[in-house]
Design a protein around this ligand. Structure first.
Ligand code: C2E
Ligand code: CA
Ligand code: CA
Ligand code: CA
Length: 278
């Protein structure tokens, strides 16, 4: 046998040690990233499907680590969640996003909506609602222009607290969207009991709408259902013209994806806005 004489512990121990060393190193780098100002927010436009007019943007976090280069969120958000670092990071994100929209308005005259991702750990922080409202007050941002994106998975977890928090945010005027809609394997009943405004149809459904009859039917059904519940729909991951036309036919409200623009740094986002249809 390949591993003759070695126990499974001996065989796996070195690999585990390596993984945990890597993790610890990443964790200590992440701990300092905020104070060292290594995070950056990039922006991806959200457009009206029928007209192509931009109505807002999603803020997407990037980590420029001197040691690791540009680190994408899928590589560090889970760790930030586990360690609780997502709480201060999330506050920073909202603050920066609101400030940036102020600059965008100054530069272009466009009062865009801003969508910000909220992860479960942040959402469960007892101070989440208070700090969120404080940040809006501090930056002078109109709550109606701020949309919090909450994944469908989070909504599944607990009910009473989730409802209370969502209701407080809704009462304060913020918009609430269900992110990655369709991936949570959840019952749909929450849609009528929670104050959501928007469904973001997961990009995995949009990817194949032109080639898969099933995916096309699902997207059609989601849009119809959402509209009958008075929810707006954003299609994520729109990469081609054909998908846009398909979504226009279905009266999908908004679209977002590489077809319009990739997420880009603020300066590039401003350039994109200046060239976009009004
Ligand atoms: P998400 O919220 O579903 O964000 C959309 C992701 O899809 C982004 O990946 C975006 O770059 C990518 N995307 C946009 N258009 C297209 C397209 O046309 N095709 C394809 N294939 N992908 C597209 P990104 O920026 O790597 O972010 C990954 C995830 O990390 C996000 O997924 C979100 O869950 C999380 N994340 C990003 N920023 C934040 C943040 O500030 N806070 C928290 N809590 N999570 C964040
Ligand atoms: Ca999102
Ligand atoms: Ca609402
Ligand atoms: Ca999403």
């Amino acid at each position: 046998a390949k591993h003759k004489g070695k126990s499974s512990w001996e065989r796996f121990a070195p690999a585990m040690k390596e993984v945990s060393h890597e993790r610890l190193q990443m964790e200590s780098r992440l701990r300092r990233a905020l104070e060292l100002d290594e995070f950056e927010l990039w922006y991806q436009p959200i457009v009206e499907t029928q007209t192509g007019r931009v109505t807002g943007a999603e803020a997407l976090l990037r980590w420029k680590s001197p040691a690791m280069g540009l680190v994408m969120p899928d590589r560090f958000i889970p760790l930030a969640e586990e360690t609780g670092m997502i709480i201060p990071i999330g506050r920073w994100v909202l603050e920066q996003a609101c400030a940036a929209m102020g600059r965008v308005e100054q530069a272009t005259g466009l009062a865009l909506n801003i969508s910000v991702n909220v992860s479960p750990r942040q959402f469960r922080d007892p101070e989440f609602v208070a700090t969120t409202l404080q940040t809006l007050a501090d930056t002078g941002m109109d709550p109606q222009r701020v949309e919090l994106e909450i994944t469908e998975r989070l909504i599944l977890d607990n009910t009473i607290e989730t409802a209370a928090i969502l209701n407080q945010l809704d009462t304060a005027g913020l918009r609430l969207s269900v992110d990655d809609f369709g991936t949570g394997f959840s019952a749909l009943s929450y849609l009528k009991s929670y104050p959501f405004d928007t469904l973001k149809v997961d990009k995995s459904f949009i990817a194949d709408v032109l080639v898969s009859v099933d995916d096309a039917s699902l997207v059609r059904a989601i849009i119809t259902m959402a509209h009958s519940l008075n929810l707006r729909v954003i299609a994520e991951g729109v990469e081609e013209d054909g998908q846009t036309r398909f979504l226009q036919d279905l009266r999908c409200d908004y679209a977002q994806g590489y077809f319009y623009s990739r997420p880009v740094p603020e300066a590039e986002f401003l350039d994109w806005l200046r060239a976009s249809p009004r």
